[in-house]
Write a protein that binds this ligand. Structure first.
Ligand code: PLP
Length: 399
């Protein structure tokens, strides 16, 4: 008999996961997947960080019963994250104006923020960069928002269309929610300069917009403090501020789902009211977060020896990506003389809008078993010393 399920249509396939499915089915032993959104080491593997392994063995030794965590998560985790994101000496932390709750990765943090905003600012609209991480739009729409794009990337300059972005910000109604990538813009790799951030902070503050900083790659750009600086600058500017952050990449803890949402309020008293309401959002979604990932990150961040280790391991990932950018550009100079790829060096984070067209991406796939996203986005962190020559060779042929 027919039921409510009978007429349900197939949902569209996730475009990026679709690439991985096609890649997995490819029999070519020299295939390369540049479509991914994870960091691979030079062996083409997702690393297990040594600081994580050490923290886990410490935690195993003093095995604890698995009671529920508080709704807002592990207190030691929330504190360590807040200090990492805002700085322990920052005014918002000192004055207890920031609240932080553990979340299920960066995605979970964004969704908590979106649900909270929908409850307290139901008529606001959300603005995301054009282009943006493909889940931003769907996520805010699923929370009930109308989602708009502000200009961001200019393919002709291979850089940020800053005039367009600033103009759009200057025309948004007060109370609009503006999602900004704190560093390492996904998918383009094009970030704002410090001077450009100054202008953005000014417009956002003057117009009474609600900044929502999404920081999924802290430490992958120029360094932990360098990448986090924009968060501190927004916090100093005053006004309500939302920050989602993720440890998926920076701790290589993708599947443990560790992230956090922080909100900056005008006073400690306001912050405590905000936290009480944010806890309701958590409670009605998944009640409270899982223990393991939060414990690992809290242990690493608050144990000096492990923290140093983490900072070094993270620097190692950052430097390797930089080296791959340099190598890609250098090698392409030989294979594709006359074509300028220097913009790839300036880009930050795991991704590069390479400028490859959809047709070129298709040729890479069908003729060379090299997989990239149709937009030309490649994951620089999927390049390594063994596959880069083949990739460059192939790119040289499809250009
Ligand atoms: N925000 C951006 C910009 C991202 O690129 C990602 C992951 O790719 C996320 C958020 C989500 O992070 P997580 O995997 O921790 O949910």
């Amino acid at each position: 008999p027919a039921s409510l399920l009978t007429a349900i249509e197939m949902a569209p396939r996730d475009p990026i996961l679709g690439i991985t499915e096609a890649f997995n089915a490819d029999k070519n032993p020299n295939k390369v997947n540049l479509g991914v959104g994870v960091y691979y080491d030079d062996n083409g593997k997702v690393p297990l960080l040594e600081c994580v392994r050490k923290a886990e063995s410490q935690l195993m030794e003093k095995a604890t019963p698995r009671t529920y965590l508080p709704i807002e998560g592990l207190a030691a985790y929330d504190k360590a994250v807040q200090e990492l994101v805002f700085g322990a000496d920052s005014a918002v932390v000192q004055e207890k104006r920031a609240i932080t709750v553990q979340a299920l990765g960066g995605t979970g943090a964004l969704k908590l923020g979106a649900d909270f905003l929908k409850r307290f600012s139901p008529n606001a609209q959300v603005w995301i960069s054009d282009p943006s991480w493909e889940n931003h739009r769907a996520l805010f729409e699923s929370a009930g928002f109308t989602v708009n794009n502000y200009p961001y990337y200019d393919a002709s300059t291979r850089d940020v269309n800053f005039d367009g972005m600033l103009k759009a910000l200057g025309e948004m109604p007060a109370g609009s929610v503006v999602v900004l990538h704190a560093c390492c813009h996904n998918p383009t790799g094009a970030d704002l300069t410090e001077a450009q951030w100054t202008d953005v902070i000014k417009v956002v503050t003057e117009r009474g917009l609600v900044p929502f900083l999404d920081m999924a790659y802290q430490g992958f750009g120029d360094g932990i403090a360098e990448d986090g600086k924009v968060v501190r600058r927004f916090a100093d500017a005053g006004g309500a501020l939302f920050v989602s952050n993720s440890f998926s990449k920076s701790f290589s803890l993708y599947g443990e789902r560790v992230g956090a949402l922080s909100i900056v309020a005008a006073s400690a008293e306001e912050a405590s009211r905000v936290l009480s309401q944010l806890k309701r959002v958590v409670r009605t979604n998944y009640s409270n977060p899982p223990i393991h990932g939060g414990q690992v990150v809290a242990t690493v961040l608050s144990t000096p020896e492990l923290r140093n280790m983490w900072e070094e391991e993270l620097a190692g990932m950052r430097v390797r990506i930089r080296e791959m950018r340099q190598a890609l550009v250098q090698k392409l100079k030989d294979k594709a003389p006359g074509q300028d790829f220097d913009f790839v060096i300036k880009q930050r984070g795991m991704f590069s809008y390479s400028g490859l067209t959809k047709a070129q991406v298709e040729r890479l796939r069908s003729e060379f078993s090299i997989y990239a996203v149709d937009t030309g986005r490649i994951c620089v962190a999927a390049l390594n010393s063994r596959n880069i020559d083949a990739v460059v060779e192939a790119i040289g042929k499809v250009l």
